[in-house]
Design a protein around this ligand. Structure first.
Ligand code: HEC
Length: 149
């Protein structure tokens, strides 16, 4: 009976760990989605004229991206060893093999943001800012993001 209980509680612990890992993967994915909501859902759409240019909305989007980018290193501290169920993108295991190099991809994004922050005054400067920031996002994605489907 005692042994049975140990087996059961060990199994439950295992289930808990799997759930926690899925939660970590979801948190990582949610952070990227939050960044994308501003970068693509607002800034890129304005550069294309899909939504009208609005300086206040741009400033808010830039601030949100800045805050989110500051959370990347910590949010990706632990390897969840699994992908979000049904996700299109996942993190490569290289993130945790080379965490210092992964983290080194963050300051260039922050620098690109700092250089344009408060200086975007029209669609032309928005386009330049979009590209400058996005190129730095790509520098990390090319090594550390995996397309799953
Ligand atoms: C230091 C590395 C790094 C930086 C910098 C970075 N990302 Fe990511 N991004 C990742 C990784 C790893 C993934 C895959 C894991 C995930 O989706 O959780 C990802 C996934 C994504 C996804 C896919 C989310 C999904 O599943 O639909 C989007 C969109 C995205 N990033 C946008 C951005 C944008 C925009 C920037 C720049 C402002 C950025 N990222 C900067 C590492 C980074």
């Amino acid at each position: 009976m005692k042994r049975m209980m140990i087996v059961v509680s060990t199994l439950l612990l295992g289930v808990g760990a799997v759930m926690a890992q899925q939660e970590i993967a979801v948190q990582q994915d949610n952070l990227m989605r939050s960044i994308a909501k501003n970068q693509y859902g607002i800034i890129q759409k304005m550069t294309k004229g899909d939504i009208p240019y609005d300086r206040k909305a741009v400033d808010q989007a830039i601030e949100s991206i800045e805050a989110d980018v500051g959370k990347i290193a910590k949010t990706f501290a632990i390897n969840p060893k699994q992908d979000v169920v049904n996700a299109t993108y996942g993190a490569s295991s290289k993130v945790w093999q080379n965490k210092a190099d992964f983290d080194s991809k963050i300051p260039p994004v922050q620098k690109a943001i700092a250089e344009v922050k408060g200086k975007i005054t029209d669609v032309a400067s928005l386009k330049a800012a979009y590209t400058a920031i996005n190129d730095r996002c790509t520098d990390c994605h090319e090594t550390y993001r995996v397309k799953l489907k």
